[in-house]
Design a protein around this ligand. Structure first.
Ligand code: UD1
Ligand code: UDP
Length: 360
């Protein structure tokens, strides 16, 4: 039977995986490899439980480290597994170090790679993710794009073969979950003592916003000056730096409420009921747009340019005044042009892979 190795390792990849996994398992044998890049239960296990992702066949337990160390350790271990399992195809998602390690290991063993969420660019090579995207795209055989603009980007880089605009798999799963009634987890607003449209939701985790002290201070000071409750779901990386920079003193007795990272079902509820979202996350920018919730992005640029062009997202970087100004007065656009597909990207991807399998 045709064998596909899927490589994941970080929170957004767990969310992107399950729909495609269940489709490809109808015609191929899938080996799921978890690099262990994210390992806290609220960064990993919670998504496997909630989204009923099959248990990983391999958990490499790589954990945290510098860019080179983390990626290098992954590369070495993934190569060993690919040599043992001899898959006919490798699937990678997005732009993390788990993505690029999977791409390099597979490409050097001449295993065709399907890259999901291809062609995204920020044109900022200071971001580790930008390097990961460029490398992964250029060694992949099948390039599945979330937006039509990413197809054009790939074309501009000379990548034209097997490039497909299918839509966004995060859109797929968000839509699916919202269509199912969220009976069990809808107590999150009560637990946090917040009411719909009366709070702002925030997430921050980018390297440039956490490792640079000045940037994180600006962000926290801006949050503290917005006259609204800010529910801030803190990524472990950010938690570490909030402590290191002693920012708890600003947060204490302020309008900011720190909470641990939440599961995807709770996140969907928090996002859709928020009045506004403040984030530097790629996935959260998209979800805000899909929920018709205005978003302020704490970065100078975004890969999801359509969210900005449509007026639903404003780029504030870490400029305190801009963040406060945009948060206090965000004119909600009248139009909401869809650019992320129809919620069936996973079916389109599976169909194309199936056709390839049948041609073998
Ligand atoms: C990674 C991805 C980023 C993605 C994000 C999703 C890279 C280069 N970056 O960033 O593109 O948007 O995941 O969330 O791949 N940590 C824990 N527990 C965990 C995981 C991480 O404590 O379970 C802490 C460690 O201190 C670690 C730090 O977070 O050093 C950063 O983790 P890492 O996986 O290197 O990068 P992210 O910032 O999570
Ligand atoms: N997310 C979540 N719980 C949280 C924060 C984020 O489930 O506490 C989800 C979010 O809804 C989105 C994904 O994680 O689907 C985004 O991942 P992240 O922000 O870590 O990475 P990025 O998308 O920036 O790569």
């Amino acid at each position: 039977m045709f064998k596909i190795a899927t490589i994941v390792g970080a929170r957004p990849q767990f969310i992107k995986t399950p729909l495609i996994s269940s489709e490809i398992r109808k015609f191929a044998r899938e080996i799921l490899i978890h690099t262990g890049q994210h390992y806290d239960s609220n960064m990993s296990a919670v998504f496997f439980d909630e989204l009923k992702i099959p248990k990983a066949d391999y958990n490499l337990g790589i954990g945290s480290g510098t860019q080179g160390k983390q990626t290098g350790k992954m590369l070495q271990k993934i190569e060993q597994i690919l040599l043992k399992e001899k898959p006919d195809m490798v699937i990678i998602y997005g732009d993390t170090n788990s993505t690029v390690a999977g791409a390099l290991a597979a490409a050097k063993l001449h295993i065709p790679i399907a890259h999901i969420e291809s062609g995204m660019r920020s044109y900022n090579r200071q971001m580790p993710e930008e390097i990961n995207r460029i490398i992964s795209d250029h060694v992949s055989e099948f390039l599945f794009c979330s937006t039509s603009s990413s197809v054009k980007i790939l074309k501009g880089e000379g990548i034209k073969k097997n490039v497909y605009f299918v839509g966004d798999v995060m859109h797929d799963i968000q839509k699916k979950i919202k269509n199912q009634k969220l009976k069990t987890k809808d107590t999150i607003l009560e637990e946090l003592n917040i009411e719909p449209k009366k709070y702002i939701l925030a997430t921050v985790h980018r390297q440039e916003n956490t490792d640079k002290k000045e940037n994180l201070i600006n962000i926290i000071e801006a949050f503290a000056k917005i006259n609204e409750k800010v529910i801030f779901a803190v990524h472990p990386r950010t938690k570490k730096y909030l402590k290191e920079y002693r920012l708890e003193r600003i947060i204490k007795n302020s309008n900011i409420e720190l909470i641990d990272p939440v599961g995807f079902l709770e996140m969907i509820i928090l996002e859709s009921n928020a009045k506004l979202i403040l984030t530097d996350s790629g996935g959260v920018q998209k979800e805000a747009f899909l929920d018709h919730v205005p978003c302020i992005t704490l970065r100078e640029e975004t890969e999801w340019v359509e969210t900005v062009q449509s007026g639903w997202n404003q780029l504030a970087g870490t400029n305190k005044e801009k963040i406060i100004k945009f948060a206090r007065n965000f004119p909600k656009p009248k139009n909401h042009p869809n650019f992320l597909g129809d919620g069936n990207a996973y079916l389109k991807i599976a169909k194309i892979i199936k056709e390839y399998v049948n041609s073998k």
